[in-house]
Structure formats: structure tokens, C-alpha cells
Design a protein around this ligand. Structure first.
Ligand code: MN
Ligand code: MN
Length: 324
């Protein structure tokens, strides 16, 4: 049967061009491949939400993003980038943990996954999980030198200990700076907003030298102007893109644990990510998609769309570095 169909439509030999409702839902219908030796960019799920301070559910993010990512097609119509032509891209499965009830060892398990990936010369584009997972990603890929970061979020995530824990989704970037994995002077945080209890809640960002672009400034200046400044700040050093879906207005992404009204839109996010093209990008993630809070699937579809935009600029950057 399969042979007959492939004969009738030869292009269907490539699963990515088959009808989008068929087959197993890997990320963007990329091939599933656990052997990283022939993979330039691994699409990875991190189904872990043991670091949330409010509503859990992001552990279900990767599976639903995989499902919704079937809607992605090969070529980015806006930029012309065809990531799958530029790089060998595979769904490398999940960085799942065996000890989810023990936060610190869970984060170490995730870090071990990313160390293996990094040692194979593979760049990660990941779907969380809550934002605590970006710290172990950095432990895996930034041990030899700190990375810079363009960070989209309603929250700086540079808070201090909470309820007795150093590790939670409001603190990964403070810990990353302390561990020498993130260069705060090459870090830009965009979309920050919402009511707070402590007026100095993000003092670590300001005092360590991060550039914090509050939502009001983004609204006044517009996405292109802000990203132009961000490009100058991260420069040509290795740079990571971290996208917390709660940076978007909850009108676009209600399925998340700590929503904040008054955020940016999906097209603004797409314009900002596309404008990062040409930087020295070493990976990225989309986190905090919590499908139980959005049974429509829209937040996961938005997450898949943002993941694709990140994949496009990372693939373009990687291909440029490899002379591809
Ligand atoms: Mn966050
Ligand atoms: Mn957030």
C-alpha cells in the first residue's frame, strides 16, 4: 500500500509534505532520531514543570506542541529561510527525568541530556516545560563559556530563593549568572510587566547589567527598534533565544501558568525573532506552554509557531557558520 501511494505521489516520500493530519506527530514532522551523530539541530521536549510557582501544566507542553506543530510547513514565507534545507534537523525525543519529585536532581538529569547533545556538536531548539529548565540547558551548552541571551517574557526570572528553594521558574537566569553560564551584559529581557509585591523584584537584572525592556518601552518604540538595540548588546558572541509564552498577551496564549495582561502580540514576536537573523545563535527554547489551561490548543499552536521561527534563525545562523 505504502509503495503504491509513494509511486502515485513521489513527493510523499518526505513525511513533511504529506497531508498534515497523517503520521506520528514529531516536532514539525521532522524525523525522529535519538542518535545525534548526524543531527545539526535537535528539536527536544522537556516535559517538566516541577519549578512552577503558580499553576502547573507545562509538563504537557512538548506533546501538545508536537501535535500542533504538524501545521508547520518547510519554508518561512516571510524570510525565505528553509531550515530543513540548511541543516540536518531531527526530533531527538524528550529530556524527561526519572526523579521528577526531586527538583535539583531532576534539573541535573536534564543537564546531562544537554551535555550529551552539546558533546555531539548538536544545537538544541527545545520546548518546555516551565522556565526552570533553561538553567540545565545552559549547564549543558554553556559550560565552556557564558552565552548571551535574547529573552522574551513577562518576567525577568532573576528572582531570589522562593519558599526555601534556589531553583524555580522565577530564578533560572540569576542562577545561570551565578554559575557563570550567562553573561548578564549580553542579556536583553523584553516584555517585562505586571503587578509586583516587591518594587525591587528584578534588581538582580538591573544590578548585574542586563538590559530590561519593560512592556511599556516596547510598546512605545516598537519591535524593530528594540531588536536593533538588542543586536548591538549581544554582539557577535554566542547567543541563545529563550521565549516564555507568557511574554505574549494572554489573548494570544492563555494556556500558561502565570499569565500577565498587556503583552505583545504573535506577529510582534515573529517580527522580533526574525530580526535576530544573522546573530551567532546557538539554540533556543519556547517554555511555559501549559495545555490544560487552553483546551482549544491555540497556545500550543502559538508555541509551535514561535518554535519554528526560532528554528529558522538558528538554522540560518548555523549554516552561515559552517559555510553552508
Ligand atoms: Mn519565564
Ligand atoms: Mn514568565
Amino acid at each position: 500500500m505504502t509503495e503504491e501511494r509513494t509511486h502515485r505521489y513521489p513527493e510523499f516520500a518526505d513525511p513533511m509534505v504529506r497531508p498534515r493530519y497523517v503520521g506520528l506527530p514529531t516536532f514539525m514532522r521532522a524525523p525522529y532520531e535519538e542518535d545525534l551523530s548526524a543531527v545539526d539541530i535537535a528539536l527536544v521536549g522537556i516535559p517538566f514543570d516541577g519549578g512552577v510557582t503558580n499553576r502547573p501544566g507545562a509538563r504537557h507542553g512538548p506533546r501538545e506542541i508536537r501535535n500542533q506543530s504538524s501545521l508547520m510547513r518547510r519554508i518561512n514565507q516571510a524570510t525565505g529561510i528553509d531550515p530543513f534545507a540548511l541543516c540536518r534537523i531531527a526530533d531527538a525525543g524528550d529530556a524527561w527525568v526519572e526523579s521528577p519529585y526531586e527538583l535539583e536532581s531532576a534539573l541535573e538529569e536534564i543537564a546531562a541530556f544537554y551535555r550529551r547533545l552539546h558533546a555531539a556538536g548538536t544545537a538544541p531548539v527545545s520546548a518546555g516545560g516551565d522556565h526552570s529548565v533553561t538553567l540545565p540547558v545552559f549547564r549543558g551548552i554553556a559550560a565552556e563559556r557564558p552565552v548571551g541571551m535574547v529573552h522574551f517574557d513577562a518576567h525577568c526570572d532573576t528572582g531570589d530563593d522562593y519558599l526555601g528553594s534556589k531553583f524555580h521558574h522565577g530564578a533560572p537566569f540569576r542562577r545561570a549568572v551565578e554559575e557563570g553560564l550567562l553573561d548578564p551584559r549580553r542579556t536583553v529581557q523584553i516584555g517585562i510587566r505586571g503587578p509586583i509585591n516587591d518594587p525591587d523584584i528584578w534588581s538582580f537584572s538591573h544590578e548585574s547589567g542586563m538590559r530590561v525592556v519593560y512592556m511599556e518601552e516596547l510598546y512605545e518604540r516598537g519591535p524593530k527598534d528594540v531588536i536593533e538595540e538588542a543586536r548591538g548588546i549581544v554582539g557577535d558572541g554566542p547567543t541563545y533565544i529563550s521565549f516564555d509564552v507568557d511574554g505574549l498577551d494572554p489573548a494570544f496564549a492563555p494556556g500558561t501558568g502565570t499569565p500577565e495582561c498587556g503583552g505583545f502580540s504573535v506577529i510582534e514576536a515573529q517580527i522580533m525573532i526574525r530580526a535576530l537573523r544573522g546573530l551567532n545563535l546557538v539554540g533556543g527554547d519556547v517554555v511555559e506552554v501549559a495545555p490544560p489551561f487552553d483546551p482549544s490548543g491555540n497556545t500550543a499552536m502559538v508555541g509551535a509557531t514561535i518554535l519554528y521561527e526560532i528554528l529558522c534563525v538558528v538554522a540560518d545562523s548555523l549554516a552561515g557558520r559552517k559555510g553552508g
